[in-house]
Design a protein. Sequence first.
Length: 41
Amino acid sequence: MLAGESDNFLLGRDALKELGIDVEHQLDQLAGQPLLAAEGD
């Protein structure tokens, strides 16, 4: 967690993974999907 003066905070990938959120897997899934703009063409 990064400290700051606002109410917002950031979590690193390791912390997110401990919470059950696999950022790398989600990015892989997102990258593998066709673009929405390409579907309308």
